[in-house]
Ligand binder design. Structure first.
Ligand code: KG4
Ligand code: ZN
Length: 360
């Protein structure tokens, strides 16, 4: 079965053609990163406009890359939640128009859940043999822990109560004036840090949130980085605005690498601890996880990948992490999840809508 996937939930316009949920015939991603970089984050209005401008070109490219026509497509899958509603609507409207005009079945896909289908792309792994799984989605918009059961049934058991981990990376990079997106550059600098660089940085807080919580918090970490970089602010008596002791430009490269390393350690350690706790929680409930599934942009992170392998090795289960190209937002994962989802009937297809939240 050939599924056409369409993704427009945030700042990537993507279309892919995937066969039977695993074999990628084409995966085209038009990133808007450069258009948002000046603002230090995604601007929803700009994102929607760029999706509308680019979607048709990306679709044509995906079809030509896979040497197929729309008539060969057996199903259309579109991410319709969660995300920026205006951005999602562009993909949803396009998918409905395509499905309607070519008389092709349509499915709406949860973008966050689809991140966990990505580890299986371009593999011959049996999905059923990997369920039930512990699932971790770590991206710029989401940080969630799941129990994933056969048939892609998701139970969210924890996640961030404030910033997503990728968002914390992006904000830390913004404070350090390292550009956007922050994840890749902080990861690179953290890996380059020497022992002296690391010793020169303060340690950052690792969120815990109580002895049995499976939730995470990254806002304290973000503030700790701000204070480490600029000092603890005082208030301007006239304007009430914070006044900092110093600027990011006052730091030496050694200090920047040290802070990146300490930040990465705190962020990944927080996640690793919750993975361990989630495993204990799940096994105590009588469920034996058969694998660890990880997805989302932060799954590209070197330290998180190491932590995932360490975690899985100790429990003798496989850690399934996508190839780099399928960690960040892409439409191949949407097409894959679309393959495993029942298509909508005619009236549900007409009513398919975009939703900001994961569930109503
Ligand atoms: O999955 P994604 O493309 O978009 C969302 O659904 O949010 O993830 C983008 C996020 C950004 O916050 C980016 O900084 C982060 O993934 N990211 C990384 C790395 N590569 C991308 N974070 C940490 N380390 C990386 N190597
Ligand atoms: Zn995503």
């Amino acid at each position: 079965m050939l599924v056409l996937g369409i993704e427009s939930s945030c700042d990537e316009t993507a279309v892919a053609v995937v066969e039977d949920g695993v074999r990628v015939h084409a995966s085209v991603v038009a990133s808007q990163v450069d258009s948002h970089a000046a603002y230090g984050g995604v601007v929803p209005e700009i994102a929607s406009r760029l999706h509308a401008e680019r979607l048709q070109l990306v679709l044509e490219r995906a079809l030509s890359d896979s040497s197929i026509t729309l008539n060969d497509i057996d199903r259309i899958a579109v991410s319709n939640r969660p995300g920026l509603v205006g951005a999602l609507l562009v993909g949803v409207a396009a998918a409905k128009a395509l499905a309607w005009s070519t008389d092709t079945p349509l499915v709406g896909v949860n973008h966050v859940h689809a991140h966990l289908a990505a580890p299986f792309l371009e593999t011959s792994l049996s999905i059923d043999a990997h369920m039930p799984a512990i699932g971790l989605v770590a991206s710029g918009g989401h940080t969630s822990l799941y129990v994933v059961r056969t048939g892609w049934k998701f139970e969210r058991i924890g996640g961030t109560i404030d910033d997503a981990v990728g968002e914390a990376y992006d904000k830390a990079a913004s404070v350090l004036e390292l550009g956007y997106p922050g994840g890749p550059v902080i990861d690179k600098l953290a890996q380059a840090a020497s022992a002296d660089d690391r010793n020169g940085s303060p340690a950052f807080p690792i969120s815990n949130l109580g002895p049995s919580s499976l939730d995470l918090s990254f806002s304290g970490l973000k503030t700790a980085v701000l204070y480490a970089v600029k000092g603890v602010p005082t208030r301007d008596t006239m304007t009430g605005k914070p006044v900092y002791e110093r600027a990011a430009s006052d730091l030496t490269m050694n200090q920047v690498r040290g802070i990146c390393s300490a930040f990465q350690h705190a962020a990944v350690e927080a996640i690793e601890r919750k993975l361990i706790r989630a495993y204990e929680h799940i096994t105590a409930a009588g469920i034996q996880p058969c694998s660890l599934l990880i997805g989302g942009g932060v799954a590209a992170n070197s330290a998180l990948r190491e932590a995932a392998h360490r975690f899985a090795l100790k429990r003798q289960i496989p850690a399934c992490i996508p190839e780099f190209a399928y960690c960040i937002d892409n439409a191949a994962m949407i097409a894959a999840m679309g393959y495993y989802t029942d298509p909508l009937d005619q009236s549900a297809m007409v009513e398919l809508d975009a939703h900001a939240r994961s569930h109503a």
